[in-house]
Structure formats: C-alpha cells, structure tokens
Design a protein around this ligand. Sequence first.
Ligand SMILES: [Zn+2]
Length: 162
Amino acid sequence: MARAFAEAAAAGARGEVPVGAVVVAADGAVLGAAGNRVEELCDPTAHAELLAIRAACAARAAPRLPDCDLYVTLEPCALCAAAISFARLRRLFFGAYDPKGGAVDHGPRLFTQPTCHHAPEVVGGIEERRAGALLRGFFAARRGPDAEARRVPGTRSTPGLG
Ligand SMILES: [Zn+2]
C-alpha cells in the first residue's frame, strides 16, 4: 500500500488525479505499479489500476493474474472493477471509499452482479483517512485561488514509501 501511495503522490505532482495502484504477486514481487496518466496520455482509460494491470500482464506475458493482488488508493471505478474481474485478480485492497465514482461498494457494485464471472476478495478503507486527504487536498488546490502555484499535500514528503 505504501507503494500505491507513492504512485498516487507522483500522479498528483504530474497534475493527475492522485490515485496509485500496484499489482503484487503471491511471493511479494511487484509486477506493475502506476499512477493515473489520463491527462499525460490523453486517454480517459489510463487509470492507475488499468496501467498497473497492463504492466503486470506484460511482465507475466499472461492475460490473467489469478495469484496476484491489487492495491489501490481509491475504490475502483466501473471500468477498473471490470478489468480487475477480467484479470482474475485474487484480492483487491483499496484506500478511500468513493461514493461518487466507485463501483465496488457503491454505484453498480460490480462484483455482486450476476454478470460478473470473477469477484476478488475485497478489503476497503485501508488508510482511508490518508487516501481521502490526498484527494481532497488535490481538488482543493485546483479550486483554490492560487491553484497553479500550490503543491498538492502529500507530494512533498514521501520518504520511505515505495
Ligand atoms: Zn478506474
């Protein structure tokens, strides 16, 4: 989860919504780690989870990761929840709940749908306060009067993370 927070902070520093994700194999090896790159890549699907899953699948040369876990700082959206299901990921650990955009415990609750053929074990709310603060700080800075000059809280000091 520390690595996911580091990726989220790095994404925020790039001007992306600060969300980070990491795919970890059963032996603890990090197969993929990413932050959002929607703006940079001009790609509305370049969410942290998708990028981390793609990197892990490429590293494995496999389209599914049944022995792997995903750590992400925010409750996944419908797009990413579907990708998690398609990748057959074993477990999902996420930070902040997302009542507006989340699709795991909110909205479509994708993993509970009869059309969902694989549901991971889910643990939500990990370091929820920290994960939520990172996002709130980012959006507050964007809305603020000196939005361009202000740093996103959480991006200044991340020693020891990752
Ligand atoms: Zn997503």
